[in-house]
Ligand binder design. Structure first.
Ligand code: HEM
Ligand code: FES
Length: 777
């Protein structure tokens, strides 16, 4: 009733003012003008809501009769609480049909009911748990050869033509076929289901004109009927590998959870869930990358960047741009009062462009480290179950296209059209062209054998590489060279902090080097490399073969050796090449006006890197300890008296570090900080460990962590995304908030006082002291 009144008088106000504070009509001019079917929202969805993110992050839209939520934290909070914010309206028609169209649906006994995505608790979680297994990584891995084969066949069909419309010729087709296979639909029925599937999208999220509604309803009705027939066929022989057959087989054991209505509705909704979402996301990704040509070229040159590129494209231009919920009680979002019964449009794409969460959100950055925190798959207990299948498909699209048609470009001046609707977004057509004479496989057919190993799930930060040019190599000290590296295209490099290192890939090897230049210099990085006589190739390669102009891949920077800013006084101790991180720390302390002393140890002056710079910049704080001059450091003497509010930062040979550990036994526990480049914390001895439960508060599930399994791996096996990098307890990227249970901390990231708070843990190595932990995931 309320909805009708509003659409009829857009100027009027539907809100129960007695519930609101302030009492004046709260609909601002911007809110009154908001219309998701036309104009700015259709042209640039996240941009069109910038005003809202800035001024009115939760607003009532009279035209839609929905409350619109646009900031990252608020959108995530709504997803997180599926009790207060029910998903019951997720598949409701956003534009109600006229009577005539409804009559058509009735003719087909159309009865789309609850599936998963729109099911409330307590029915939803048991169903989701029961049906999750076919989505877990080992099961999904079985689909990879099929996906790859389908993509290759499509590319084969147009590669010699020099021009293609990628949506019709590939991007629409492949995910549909994958979806039908995943669901277990017999091949002979693919054709018919393919015809009907688009009708469902317009039916649910679009605004078909009155005269189109009957035609849409006809197709929806037929789709429904046909889905029922296919389901019956599957019931006759439910032995197949599909997800629907999996559900059919479970039904006798749990008839109240896997109902007939569920199976019939999912047979239809499942196709849409798996098909258009993925097709549109892939189309958006390819369009975006071709529009950002240098990024396209980078992934052509280094396909290992593809997994994170997929995440960034999903963030920047996901295919589900808004989702819905309904408030089950009077509540608040971001301080705005929301009445019971209020319908919510939560705009994922706006959240994904929220600068309060993502740095420079309007920049497409394929190396963005938190790209996969996007909300394009939703979040929490209803988060997309098929996300890892979708990720795999989009990765394979990008991989095959960048490998086989790197010279592909957008056909200029084409107009992109979008189906007007609130939620599904992607251009209907995408024309590309290239010169087939330049297809690399004509010269090098062997490229066809090259393929990425697909890792199912969220990409690790380890996959994020950067290509650098060697700009300068100079002698720094005996057996030490200083190397200056710059981005291969001259773009600004990420900022770093004292103590950071980069991983440099040297052929098969990867070596970690501390950055030792000026942290404010975004145009180049400096590392210093000591020639190690035992070198298996890393440092020897650098010394003997690397030349100016060569390119190198690096990862990072990362900082596992951060300077604690709250410490009053620092003692810096460097031995030999260990000067590299310590020097940048001392520089920082000096700039910040901190109290510090600096000890630099070496065997002889000519072997001590950066000696002039150290003496010049730290003269009054510096003590040199040079063995062949008889001024060797007496560690015990230096550290005899523990000092309050003082921390010792040391880097150097193991011998020196051991002596320091010994000499600081009587110091406060965290006084000595040393750099850890590697550890064995990711390894487990199942003999000494015990299994325990991890309860996930946001996802509503409990998973068992086996004695020989890390929490991180158990989470991934259950399709829960957690970022990671080192997986050895050194970097802090796998941190998760803990709300109950005692943590057995094993990492080298948290300080003693942070550990004592017992409110966060590194999931790659830390465990439970007792039987269970509750995580905020
Ligand atoms: C749920 C997006 C691909 C199956 C969802 C939700 C979103 C979404 C936004 C609701 C999340 C929430 O309420 O928190 C996407 C996108 C995809 C994609 C953007 C592609 C890029 C797939 C695929 C499948 C799939 C390939 C199946 C093979 C599902 C299912 C749910 C779901 C079963 C319901 C989960 C539940 O409510 O428990 N998806 N999806 N999706 N998706 Fe996807
Ligand atoms: Fe680095 Fe866990 S992934 S601390």
């Amino acid at each position: 009733g309320k909805g009708t009144a509003v659409t009829e008088s857009p100027g009027g106000c539907p809100i129960d003012h007695s519930r609101l504070d302030p009492t004046g009509c709260p609909v601002s001019a911007n809110a009154a003008a908001f219309d998701p079917f036309t104009g700015p929202y259709q042209e640039d969805p996240p941009g069109s809501l910038r005003w809202s993110r800035d001024e009115e992050p939760v607003f009532y839209s009279p035209k839609l009769d929905y409350w619109v939520v646009t900031r990252y934290e608020d959108v995530k909070a709504v997803f997180r609480d599926n009790i207060t914010f029910s998903p019951a309206n997720v598949l409701e028609k956003i534009t109600p049909f006229n009577d005539e169209a409804n009559a058509v649906l009735a003719k087909y006994n159309y009865a789309m009911g609850r599936t998963l995505v729109n099911e409330d608790e307590p029915a939803h979680m048991p169903r989701r748990r029961a049906l999750m297994e076919p989505f877990t990584p080992p099961h999904l891995a079985q689909h990879e050869p099929m996906v790859r084969k389908l993509v290759r066949e499509r590319v084969d069909s147009f590669i010699d033509r020099g021009k293609a419309e990628l949506v019709d010729e590939m991007l629409y087709e492949v995910p549909l076929t994958v979806a039908l296979h995943f669901l277990g639909v017999p091949e002979e029925d693919h054709e018919t289901l393919r015809k009907y599937s688009v009708a469902h999208t317009i039916n649910t999220w679009g605004r078909p004109a009155p005269e189109e509604q009957v035609a849409v309803a006809e197709n929806v009705g037929k789709f429904w009927q046909y889905a029922g027939e296919v389901l019956e066929k599957m019931r006759e022989d439910p032995s197949g590998p599909g997800w629907m057959q999996y559900g059919i087989r479970l039904q006798p054991q749990m008839p109240d959870i896997i109902t007939d209505s569920y199976l019939h509705s999912m047979m239809m909704a499942g196709i849409v869930a798996a098909h258009e979402t993925t097709a549109l996301a892939a189309t958006n990704a390819i369009k975006l990358l071709l529009e950002h040509r240098t990024l396209w070229e980078e992934i052509c040159a280094d396909p290992s960047l593809i997994p994170n590129t997929v995440e960034e494209c999903l963030r920047f231009a996901g295919s589900i741009i808004a989702w819905r919920r309904v408030a089950t009680k009077d509540t608040e979002i971001g301080g705005v009062k929301i009445p019971k019964g209020a319908k919510l449009l939560i705009v994922n794409t706006s959240a994904n462009h929220d600068e309060r969460f993502f740095d420079n959100p309007d920049e497409l950055d394929i190396r963005r480290e938190n790209a996969s925190d996007h909300l394009s798959f939703g979040y929490g207990s209803h988060q997309c179950m098929g996300k890892n299948l979708a990720r795999m498909e989009i990765q394979i699209f990008l991989e095959e296209l960048t490998k086989r048609i790197p010279h592909m470009e957008l056909v200029p001046d084409q107009e992109f059209t979008y189906l007007p609707n609130t939620s599904f977004r992607g251009p209907q057509h995408l024309w590309v062209q290239w010169d087939p004479a330049k297809n690399p496989e004509r010269e090098n057919p062997e490229i066809l054998d090259r393929q990425l190993k697909i890792k199912i799930g969220q990409p690790s930060k380890r996959t994020i590489t950067r290509t650098m040019t060697v700009r300068e190599i100079s002698h720094e000290a005996d057996d030490i060279v200083r190397i200056t590296l710059a981005d291969v295209r001259g773009r600004p490099l990420p900022k770093w902090s004292p103590g950071s290192h980069v991983d440099v890939e040297l052929g098969e090897l990867s070596r970690q080097y501390s950055l030792c230049g000026d942290p404010d210099d975004r145009s180049s990085y400096q590392i210093a490399v000591l020639k190690d006589p035992e070198s298996r190739g890393g440092s020897r390669y650098v010394h003997e073969q690397l030349s100016v102009g060569d390119t190198l891949h690096i990862r990072g920077p990362r900082n596992h050796f951060k300077l604690n800013p709250d410490t009053q006084r620092y003692i810096f101790i460097a031995g030999g090449i260990g000067i590299t991180p310590i020097l940048t720390m001392a520089d920082h302390a000096r700039r910040e006006g901190k109290d510090y002393e600096f000890h630099y140890c070496g065997s002889t002056r000519s072997a001590m890197a950066f000696l002039d710079r150290v003496v010049r910049d730290h003269g009054d704080r510096l003590t040199l300890h040079i063995s062949d001059e008889g001024t060797r450091l007496d560690v015990e003497e230096l550290l005899r008296t523990p000092q309050d509010d003082t921390q010792i930062y040391a880097c150097g040979p193991q011998r020196l570090l051991d002596a320091l550990a010994e000499a600081t036994q009587h110091w406060p526990e965290e006084a000595l900080r040393v750099e850890h480049f590697s550890s064995d914390l990711g390894e487990l001895d199942p003999e000494k460990e015990h299994a325990f439960d991890v309860k996930l508060a946001d996802s509503g599930i409990t998973i068992r962590v086996a004695a020989d399994q890390t929490v991180l791996n158990a989470l991934r096996a259950a399709n829960i995304d957690v970022p990671s990098d080192c997986e050895e307890g050194l970097c802090g990227s796998c941190e998760v908030a803990v709300s109950a249970g005692e943590i057995d901390h094993r990492d080298k990231v948290l300080t003693k006082s942070e550990r004592a708070l017992n409110n966060k843990m590194m999931t790659c190595c830390s465990r439970a002291c007792g039987d269970s932990l509750t995580l905020e995931l």
